[in-house]
Ligand binder design. Structure first.
Ligand code: GDP
Length: 172
């Protein structure tokens, strides 16, 4: 089907934060408690309408494990958006964000300057350990968008991807 924009958006972050679950919720409106961890790279396609334009989104998902790190430079090539995901119930996944951001800056187009970055704190249906205000400040200092989500309870997921798409389309 015809579209006006073809966008590549990546999900990154530690294993188990819910990247695959966010994609499954967004593209099929499903949640699978027993979702196996992603082997290598997978992607899903979704067509949305934004700003009166048809936008075809390719959403890429890679496991956070170090053993897949060799995929890095090709994974980032041609991306317009990067979604950095942490798990609000696990502080370590938030502390690792700096390292993920360094990877974005090393491999994404324009040294990370040309991609729209969104911080997502997932699993807000559970007990939150990383305060929302702290994460929001972290994102703001780095010029990133910020949304809290629950892939399980279907909270904030559509909003998260809409924000990325709208911001990408705002850029010339
Ligand atoms: P990935 O490794 O980052 O792709 O993470 P997965 O999508 O495989 O999710 C890891 C685990 O967290 C799975 O057991 C999911 O069912 C669970 N999970 C993902 N999102 C949520 C959420 O929003 N809330 C809760 N409670 N669990 C979630």
């Amino acid at each position: 089907m015809a579209y006006d924009h073809l966008l590549k958006v990546l999900l990154i972050g530690d294993a188990g934060v819910g990247k695959s679950s966010l994609l499954l919720r967004y593209t099929e409106d499903k949640f699978d408690e027993a979702l196996g961890s992603t082997i290598g790279v997978d992607f899903k396609v979704k067509t949305v309408e934004a700003d009166g334009k048809r936008v075809k989104l390719t959403l890429w998902d890679t496991a956070g494990q170090e053993r897949f790190r060799t995929l890095t430079s090709s994974y980032y090539r041609g991306a317009q958006g990067v979604v950095l995901v942490y798990d609000v119930t696990r502080r370590a996944t938030f502390d690792d964000l700096q390292r993920w951001l360094e990877e974005v800056d090393a491999y994404a187009p324009g040294g990370g300057e040309e991609v729209v970055k969104l911080l997502v704190g997932n699993k807000i249906d559970r007990d939150v350990v990383v305060p929302r205000t702290e994460a929001a400040a972290w994102a703001r200092r780095r010029g990133m968008l910020f949304v809290e989500t629950s892939a399980k309870a279907a909270v904030g997921v559509t909003q998260a991807f809409c924000e990325v798409v709208n911001k990408i389309l705002e850029n010339p």
